[in-house]
Design a protein around this ligand. Structure first.
Ligand SMILES: C[S@@+](CC[C@H](N)C(=O)[O-])C[C@H]1O[C@@H](n2cnc3c(N)ncnc32)[C@H](O)[C@@H]1O
Length: 224
């Protein structure tokens, strides 16, 4: 169980440098992952997209570019993170906990969450709430880090995650402790078939997993 207060404080502390840290730590590959998510989202021509844990609005903006017909609403429980989204040109925002959304049942065609579900206090409760706000047949897209399965890549990635990433991110944001937590959370977060089972046990069916960049990240897509 993730500690919501710690997570909210951690993101308040890193908000101003979050985007820069992301791009440095991933060598810019995170931009491609969001673009892939947005492109796949466009295949179903969604009208209302709710992007949860929207943070600095990076995925919301990619979604808007790939889905010009859609109305996109970003939600997050960190106001400092959403301020970054506002400054960067994404203003359709609501301050809300993803596990208790002020959105009526069956309203959205697509719910997205990038690098956010992992930090929510209860993964099952969060997924059930996402299912509640989706129309029947609506789509869920979860983008998050995962641990690569190939042994050599796996070892190298775990070394980077534990030894290097918190140091670099700490130097950029001044909040090394926050990144030690975030990096540790990647190892604890289910991936692959475990994540598909979690999604399918909490309001979804036909879940698929698309590993990205050797499985450093994964995109899960499911239907309500
Ligand atoms: C790593 S950032 C992701 C930002 C953005 N989606 C991206 O792709 O870069 C994670 C975000 O999740 C938010 N978050 C974590 N738990 C949340 C919850 N229960 N409800 C709403 N937002 C939450 C944090 O405030 C933070 O802004």
């Amino acid at each position: 169980m993730q500690d919501a207060r710690f997570v909210r404080n951690a993101f308040a502390g890193i908000a101003k440098r979050y985007v820069l840290a992301n791009h440095v730590l991933s060598l810019g590959i995170d931009v491609l992952w969001r673009k892939t998510t947005a492109r796949l989202a466009a295949e179903r021509h969604p009208q209302l997209i709710v992007d949860l844990a929207t943070g600095s609005g990076d995925l919301a903006q990619s979604l808007q570019a790939a889905n010009p017909q859609a109305r996109i609403l970003g939600g997050d429980f960190s106001v400092p993170m959403m301020r970054e989204a506002q400054v960067r040109g994404f203003p359709q925002l609501i301050a809300a906990d993803a596990m208790q959304l002020p959105i009526i049942d069956a309203a959205a065609d697509l719910v997205t969450v990038a690098f956010g579900l992992r930090n929510m206090a209860s993964w099952p409760s969060a997924l059930q709430e996402m299912s509640r706000i989706l129309k029947p047949g609506g789509q869920l897209m979860v983008l998050d880090f995962s641990i690569p399965r190939f042994p050599g890549i796996r070892q190298a990635y775990l070394f980077y995650l534990k030894q290097i990433m918190p140091r670099i991110a700490g130097a950029i944001t001044g909040q090394r402790e926050a990144y030690e937590y975030l990096c540790g959370s990647i190892e604890r977060f289910p991936s692959g078939s475990a994540m598909l089972d979690l999604i399918q046990a909490n309001g979804f069916r036909s879940a698929t997993c698309r590993p990205l960049t050797f499985g450093i990240a994964s995109l899960y897509i499911a239907e309500k």
